[in-house]
Design a protein around this ligand. Sequence first.
Ligand code: PBG
Length: 322
Amino acid sequence: MTFIHRPRRLRRTEAIRALVRETRLTPDDFVYPLFVCEGEGVRREIASMPGCFNLSVDELVKEVGAARGEGIRSTILFGVPDEKDPVGSQAYAEDGITQRAIRAVKREVKDVLVIADNCLCEYTDHGHCGVVEGGEVLNDPTLDLLARTAVSQAEAGADIIAPSNMMDGFVEVIREALDDSGFEHIPIMSYAVKYASGFYGPFREAAQSAPQFGDRRGYQMDPSNAREAMKEAALDFEQGADILLVKPALPYLDIIRAVRERFEVPIAAYQVSGEYAMIKAAGKLGWIDEERVALESLIAIKRAGADIILTYFARELGGRIG
Ligand code: PBG
């Protein structure tokens, strides 16, 4: 048999495979999400996210420092306050848990990038991402609180603000508030395309942020919609988002690719808690090779077009690549 084309010629050895490899992961691609809670010496494992913890500020500093030592430079912080109220006051309190965490990490760990998640759901007693009236999540009254939160996060030392709340107009309002307070140099990484997803389940346990009534379908996107994702991304781009984020990641590779092709800004993808939990669970049962499947998922997310990947595997796998 003579075939002119034999693709297997380029797969014969690891050396040749490495030579023609199109996509590679490096630790610089990763952002490490961490949950910070009140107290001291707290390192409480999250049942549905083995290997992830609720950390008090002192433990958080240790974790970020250790990850930094292993080559992971970026972290995104989620606050888990003890006190919640209807308007999420702790989200924008000067001495809120997130603000204290940002200050401590920036003070104690050298050369680390701290991203602040900007949302109210971890801070409200009803668990919704905005102000609630008569069972409705109100858009415009929420914007002012998100803007205050962004400014207080920047004041605490956050390097990037990442609004994840899905209220209309949030990028514009946060940009304006940051600029008015002298933070025109602080980028916004917008969760532009965020689906109402079952894959957030374990996160809500971790952040104790499950909605107490109803669900988030009134503000997060319908998983059936792709055209609408382009509209959401375009709006945030026009309002000045510096980085556009798609979430979840693996079930939405088509969306990551489409956003990548349409917008000339860095694209981030969030491999969310449910994606992590599924890989961990099947790995623990011995049903899959956990590390292999995790790396394959991450390379798929990058191949689809993500420049930045938020992943709970960041520290564990950071040392295994690049
Ligand atoms: C909202 C927010 C959520 C996640 C990140 N930011 C939860 C939600 O919308 O319910 C989910 C991340 C994950 O599942 O890993 N503050």
